[in-house]
Design a protein. Structure first.
Length: 219
């Protein structure tokens, strides 16, 4: 016949389990429930980490960086062109040494004399610009500027001047380092007239006084 009495070790373990369960129940009842204010103040997991107002600033910064990069690239292309023209002029410059008249000290806004390397480079620039505009009519400064930029002259080096006889005029600042080379490009209908002159250091090419042309060339 089986006995219904628990042995001493089993009875002790059972009583211990009852005590643990009872203590857990009391702890759950005593723990404070979160109030509505606490729940409302808690940050939501769905709150976006980035504010919407930050997006326009990021877009403006990206656009500014793109503009600067584009301007730097245009300047690099021009410097490469200027270097190539300078190298092509070296034989002519060596042959012209000793045949340059000394230049007088200019006033701040008067043109300065070009040295042989600059005169040679001026002829190269004049030739390529004249060929590019040959047979075309440049009605506005904007059209002239756009065509000059396609010839690898950066927009920052192209400056608008007052129209001459109703036709657009621009000046190109081709100075690199201590050079003085600058050009004036005037539309003459079906082409352009390109004048080279020396711009003093520290003076804008637009402030250099050039003698006006009496008549536009007809051929």
């Amino acid at each position: 016949m089986r006995s219904n009495l628990f042995t001493k070790p089993l009875l002790t373990a059972a009583l211990g389990s009852v005590v643990v369960l009872a203590a857990g129940a009391r702890s759950a009842q005593a723990a404070p429930r979160p109030s509505a204010a606490t729940t409302a103040s808690a940050p939501s997991a769905r709150t976006p980490a980035v504010h919407r107002t930050a997006r326009p600033a990021v877009v403006r910064t990206a656009r500014a960086a793109t503009f600067v990069a584009s301007a730097d690239e245009a300047e690099a292309r021009f410097l490469e062109l200027a270097d190539l023209i300078g190298q092509s002029c070296e034989p002519d410059v060596l042959a012209a040494v000793g045949r340059v008249a000394p230049a007088l000290a200019p006033t701040p806004a008067d043109p300065v004399a070009l040295h042989p390397a600059e005169e040679c480079a001026a002829q190269r620039h004049q030739l390529r610009i004249s060929k590019a505009f040959s047979g075309t009519v440049t009605a506005t400064y904007e059209q002239m500027r756009d065509r000059l930029t396609t010839l690898r002259y950066p927009g920052a080096r192209i400056h608008r001047m007052p129209d001459f006889a109703g036709r657009p005029v621009s000046r190109l600042d081709l100075r690199v380092g201590a050079d003085h080379l600058a050009l004036e490009v005037t539309d003459i209908g079906g082409g352009v007239m390109v004048r080279a002159f020396g711009a003093p250091q520290g003076v804008s090419v637009t402030d250099v006084r050039l003698k006006p042309e009496v008549d536009l060339p007809t051929s």
